[in-house]
Design a protein around this ligand. Structure first.
Ligand code: ATP
Ligand code: MG
Length: 496
């Protein structure tokens, strides 16, 4: 149905796609996988009319097509759900659903009623509990993702490109998205699914295509391979996913929270974490864990309760104070909260650490570069020059820069919200290893994640939240996907 033939693309001197040929048929879900920076988004941006190829051809049902703009691609029946979300915060959901193709009524005005009704209808069909009138700015990342998916579905596209649609979703939402994908497939829609979660690829896709360094290195039927095979195709060698070990020396308590309450996001939360410990927090969408740690970092107001750092009561009025007290915080949504789009890579990586190399306002450039060079190697960040804009890095590599900025700062407690979002299988292991080493060195670490597997892999124990309260704790034998899910949906362990 769609064929991209011998596609080449360079950014400056950097060859990003090398003679890539792929075919996508209607009625199938095809995975496009590869390491961070392999060229997946670029290839899809060419299909979506966002970027122009240097050479190669695109055919739809045998006829050659030319996409000069995203609108051309959309008109040809290709809907694109971008890796970085593309909604307008200052408009309500229903207007976002019709961006660029707003219906007008017989008086030539925007047909708001129709937009609302159609949005409501699709939410109903997809079983999504959202008011179409809600302003997009009030939605968290996962709901925004759901809105984008519904928007693509509504466009009646014959091909839908989904660039990492599940990164910020939790298990039940992912299930819902998969159900939607399945329905679309049965209706004859072709779907290109980009994901770093290989278990998802195994579950939902029929076919896979693997890019490595801009080349198509493998393709075939998912039934013929295992997730380990796919990981090997991606990185070119075996990846060990052995149980991670570390020398566990748990020291004195670093952070304690007592009966913390927020206006609406969480209530009566008490918890503590010690030096050298890795504490997990998990739950479903709307569980309040992100808001909780934003509050602990001084970025959200609290109504009542206390925060103690090393047994001293902390009265936080802002994030700067939190930084001074030794709290490091990596927010959950990279695009909106942790990347400064107009800055280059080095500047983004230096936001937290600049006191280390600036004295009386004078920046020791050499020191700044050396600090970052260390992290670049440690995290295997794939990039060109320090002075390149952060936007020119692939999604996963941006995530690594965000993590890199915290490492030299050496906070006493490091809060990581969704730390491996968009990171490829190999790099994920590297990040896990770094987190363990930091704990070994005595940092207290809090990992917020919706992936039970990640929590189990990384944490000594985990608190599971449900609708703003801590529903229970898992550790040792109860550190299982089953028990975590049970608590996350409001159940208890005693009943099992
Ligand atoms: N606008 C741009 N200018 C310069 N280089 C770019 C630009 N966009 C992408 N690149 C580079 O092209 C390469 C491929 O990037 P791309 O975003 O396609 O990777 P990806 O496979 O989607 O990775 P990820 O899994 O991290 O999202 C990267 O090295 C990236 O730095
Ligand atoms: Mg990408």
């Amino acid at each position: 149905m769609i064929r991209m033939e011998n596609i080449n693309k360079s950014f400056g001197a950097h060859r990003v796609l090398k003679d890539v040929t792929i075919t996508i048929k209607g009625g199938e879900i095809c995975a496009l996988i590869g390491e961070n920076g392999a060229g997946k988004s670029t290839l899809m941006n060419i299909l979506g009319g966002v970027h122009q190829r240097d050479s190669g051809r695109i055919y739809i049902n045998g006829s050659e097509v030319e996409f000069a703009t995203p609108a051309d691609s959309l008109n040809a029946g290709i809907a694109f759900i971008h890796q970085e979300l593309n909604l307008i915060n200052d408009l309500p959901i229903f207007e976002n659903m019709f961006l660029g193709r707003e219906p007008v009524n017989k008086w030539g005005r925007l047909d708001l009623d129709r937009m609302r009704a159609e949005t409501e209808a699709i939410f109903g069909r997809m079983n999504i509990d959202l008011d179409p009138k809600t302003m997009v700015r009030n939605l968290d990342a996962s709901y925004k993702q759901i809105v984008e998916i519904c928007r693509a579905i509504m466009m009646d596209a014959s091909v839908i490109i989904m660039d990492e649609p599940t990164t910020s979703l939790t298990a039940p939402e992912i299930k819902r998205v998969f159900e939607m994908m399945d329905t679309l497939k049965k209706q004859g829609v072709g779907i290109i699914f980009i994901s770093h979660k290989l278990n998802e690829v195994m579950e939902i896709c029929e076919r896979y295509m693997v890019l490595r360094d801009g080349e198509l290195v493998a393709e075939g039927l998912v039934t013929d391979v295992t997730a380990d095979d796919l990981a090997r195709f991606m990185v070119g060698h075996d990846i060990s996913t052995d149980v991670l070990t570390r020398q566990k020396i748990i020291g004195p308590e670093v952070l304690r929270v007592e009966n913390l309450c927020h206006t609406h996001a969480f209530r009566n939360v008490s918890l503590n974490v010690s030096k050298g410990e890795i504490l997990g927090l998990t739950g479903l969408l709307g569980d309040g864990r992100s808001e909780l740690f934003q509050a602990i970092f001084g970025a959200e107001p609290i109504v009542s309760g206390d925060i103690f750092i090393e047994d001293r009561r902390a009265r936080l009025h802002g994030t700067e104070q939190a930084l001074n007290l030794g709290i490091g915080y990596l927010p959950g949504n990279r695009k909106e909260n942790s990347i400064i789009k107009d800055m280059n890579v080095l500047e983004n990586a230096s936001i937290v650490t600049w006191p280390l190399f600036a004295r009386q306002g004078i920046i020791d450039k050499k020191k700044q570069e050396n600090l970052f060079a260390e992290q670049k190697t440690r995290l295997a960040i794939r990039m060109r020059k320090n002075t390149d804009n952060i936007n020119t890095l692939s999604g996963g590599n941006q995530q690594k820069v965000v993590l890199a900025k915290w490492l030299p700062a050496g906070p006493k407690i490091l809060i990581l919200d969704n730390p491996t979002q968009g990171v490829d299988v190999g790099a994920k292991e590297e990040i896990y290893d770094i987190v363990l080493r930091l704990a070994e060195e005595g940092m207290a670490i809090v990992v917020l994640s919706s992936e039970a597997a990640e929590i189990i892999r990384l944490c000594d124990r985990a608190l599971v939240m449900y609708q703003g309260e801590i529903q229970g704790e898992v550790s040792g034998d109860t550190m299982t996907e089953h028990d975590i899910m049970r608590l996350a949906t409001g159940g208890s362990l005693a009943a099992s």
